[in-house]
Ligand binder design. Sequence first.
Ligand SMILES: Nc1ncnc2c1ncn2[C@@H]1O[C@H](COP(=O)(O)OP(=O)(O)OP(=O)(O)O)[C@@H](O)[C@H]1O
Ligand SMILES: [Mg+2]
Length: 304
Amino acid sequence: MSNKITQLMLNELILQSKKSDTHLADKLESVLNFYTTEQKENQKTIKQNEYFLKQWDRRNILANQRDMQKDELLKQQSRLASMGEMIDAIAHQWKQPLNSISMMSDMLREDFKTGSVDEPYIQELDKNIHMQIDHMVSTLSEFRTFFRPSTKNEEFTFLDALKSVQVLMKDELISQGILLYLEIDEHLSIFGNKNEFKHLFINLINNSIDSFNEKNIRNRKVHIRCYEENSNTYIEVQDNAGGVSLEVIDDIFKANITTKKEGKGTGIGLYMSEQILKKNHGSINVHNTKDGALFTITLKQPTR
Ligand SMILES: Nc1ncnc2c1ncn2[C@@H]1O[C@H](COP(=O)(O)OP(=O)(O)OP(=O)(O)O)[C@@H](O)[C@H]1O
Ligand SMILES: [Mg+2]
């Protein structure tokens, strides 16, 4: 029964009883008074509770807002960090084609002076410049894909990925006089991001190239083997470039560890390579052999 109806009924009772029994009427009236005061008290308490609830809600809302702001800040920080990484990575991959274009431009100026610039010369130069630019555009788009969360995964064979690395690095390998041997079990495949794996191999080969040049090595060789053992896939990248300096060998997979002069190395190549492998349930380690460095990649996920 609602409060209002109870109150009306009580009023009615008082009126009725006043006609017959005034004593009862007084008693009922005092009950009604007591009841009305109680009701007022209750309403006050309800209002107070409502006020407290509102305060509580406000506090919760503020706390949630603070949490959301913190999350947003963290997200922004990680976005900035990966943007920084992306810029480093692109700069790293663009170094070589930019050097080639700059060399071609120097050559053109010199050859023009000696009068050896004719139409076939320009056509050849144009072709070479476009090849380097295409490479830059493809690395740019590969890296954009690499740093986007929704990177495309697919089933690909290591042989396929390495053959395309061979194509990408063809000029560089020839001009540096490096023999690249591939000894790959052609069935071995992985479900992952092919571009990322290509960059991983490019990073390793570029490091060998740098080491060959630093130590003036002749008969330069990079040997890549890929085989399966105990349901793991192993990829070994071995060079005869003298090996990794013992001062840094324990830290080379950390970011910013480099032995190269400023402008020559950022120390990001192997760090990125390890990140790619971690994403694919893999790992990488290094040790020196008598001739050079041997990097061993282990991939634990089923490869077929
Ligand atoms: N094949 C190798 N032979 C000898 N030293 C190596 C080899 N690979 C890596 N290193 C050493 O490990 C260091 C770190 O390599 P990493 O690729 O991470 O950076 P970097 O080559 O110095 O710079 P970046 O790759 O950013 O241009 C190198 O500076 C070099 O001292
Ligand atoms: Mg490197």
